[in-house]
Write a protein that binds this ligand. Sequence first.
Ligand code: MN
Length: 415
Amino acid sequence: MVEPRLVEDYHGETASDRRIPRSLVIWDETLRDGEQTPGVHFTPEEKLEIATMLSDAGVDVINAGIPVVSEEEARAVRTVAAAGLSAKILAAARTVPADVEAVIASGATHIAIFVAASHVHLKFKLRMSQDEVRAAAIRSVRRAKEAGLHVAFVTEDTVRAPFDFVERLYRDVQAAGADRLVVADTVGVMTPLTFRWFLLEFRRRVRPKDLSVHCHNDFGLATANTLTAVECGARAPQTCVNGLGERSGNASFEEVVLTLESLYGVRTGVRTERIHEISRRVEELSGVPVAANKALVGYNAFSHEAGIHTHGILAHTLTYEPIQPEVVGRRRQMILGKHTGKAALVEKLKERGIVAPDTLLLELLRRVKSEAESRSKEDLRIFLRDYRALFEHPGISDEVFWAMVDAVGIRAVSA
Ligand code: MN
């Protein structure tokens, strides 16, 4: 007799429609876009620590930052690039000669050259024509290639740009030597189906040698869109640990990696058991708390309270867990609370080798529920008050800013 499958699995049936590249390149943006999270700043030493953790965990490419931003940022990129990590170290540059030279001087072996592509960016932000953008892009790519760098070319807002311009621009930079083309959903407006259409059209019209995507999470779709892109042949998905990044952040490192590994059955080269530790450390260094219900790394991801669930988990973990917590370096937690059932108490009592009769178990259960229901929420209220005070006003306070204005000697003049 054939053993029945433990769970139904549709991935095999749907996989034929996918064009997943054979060797994926996990490109992490935590130190660049992640650092652009409002209020976040990493010192060079902190960047080195995060880069080392990511590299040791098997991440392929690490964007260390934009050296032209400041002296300290340049030092951070140099420090990470000189650390001898196994990951490839990338630094970013606008299509401006000084930016590209700063990357060349930083010791990074990889560069991401970026420029905006949509009408709204060209007209209102860059004040450049499409021809000017194209010329600057080609010039920058040529210079970086001449210096021996691996060149990725990125446009901001690719998906809201005129497709004819996108096609011409990317074809030209690829002809000028760009090794990898990056499509960016800078304001997170793609859905999996629209992005699929865009990328298949992009592949048909541009024929990229190597495709990467950069997805934002404004509508909570960054991970889904990134996976869609991988299904459409994108080889280098970009991620940020804990989903950090501008506004609502980028596709989260842990979600993208674990979905590929556990649902798609694709090897990413990432040692997934390191993921929780990395998430916690980035939470500490960034100061951005991970939501309790965040997939895979949030406090609740492997916690069970409800009686029916706990009972199921104790019988077989597959009942209410898609993967074992150990896969991401965590442990399962059984929570005693209002929704606890008898099975959880039986299990808990085993810790002290106790077997209790049913009548006493029921009395214990009554007390556990009543204790949970009468617990004060005061601690949580104080925590939330402090949390909100911190996050409602990130960055430099008005008080400090206006003191700086005075110190610099800027005075009000009558208009
Ligand atoms: Mn971004």
